[in-house]
Design a protein around this ligand. Sequence first.
Ligand code: NDP
Ligand code: 8X3
Length: 254
Amino acid sequence: MNTKQIALITGATSGIGEAAAKSLAGAGYDLIITGRRAERLRDLKEELQKTYGTDVLTLAFDVQDPHQVAAMLGTLPGRWHGIDVLVNNAGLASGLEHIDQGALHDWEAMIDTNVKGLLYVTRVISRFMIERGNGHIVNIGSIAGRQVYENGAVYCASKHAVNALSQGMRIDFLQHNIRVTEIRPGMVETEFSQVRFHGDTARAKAVYQRITPLQASDVAEAIIWAISLPSHVNIDEITITPRQQANAYYTYRT
Ligand code: NDP
Ligand code: 8X3
């Protein structure tokens, strides 16, 4: 019988989610990996199976759609609903403008993914955890979940919501023995800025100029640390920034 622990990671097709999948596979977890890009999920599954002997279930769906979330996660086969760790990572920033200039489709994508998508997934998976009386939910927030910068109001609001939801989950799931950790990174070099600037590679690259940003693997390490601690310990929040970034406003570029 396979007794390995199971982790579900949303948004595992790139960046922090992909790095977390590799780290968790390396730490001995079997994995459910999700995202919209099915081909990337297939490639990652092959790599994880080959490198770590990980059992991997891939599920391609859009977290913005509650029906897809319920259909994909509500009926997990066999042992797969016995999820020990949920990493709510899928998310994005879309656009960078003053509120009067903001595009409705950008706002909707951010709120529907970062806030509502996270809620849809958590609603389904927390019920499995409650049945088993155990679990750990790791929400990927942001330094933008505590501070607000010009042009970023809606993204920041969505990450403030992740902060509030993490606090709420910690309270609501207290009686169910579910740990809740919020990880709040600063600047991480992933596809994040490409997505924010709608594929403008030059603009995305400029974000990380003359600074050594965090890598996705740095955030994955924080996730591994939080979930590896003795089961009576809950890490509430981790803020992690590059050495050259003090907070959302101050970055020292050399
Ligand atoms: P990436 O763009 O590299 O990765 C985002 C992941 O989210 C992808 O796997 C993408 O998969 C998935 N995703 C996005 N929208 C959806 C959707 N509607 N349904 C399902 N999956 C979706 O960025 P990061 O790795 O940097 O971002 C991961 C998280 O980290 C986000 O929540 C982000 O806000 C947060 N964060 C990032 C920081 C940074 O500087 N990079 C700093 C602080 C927090 P696919 O496109 O295949 O659906
Ligand atoms: C991503 C980091 O500073 O662009 O959450 O908001 S920031």
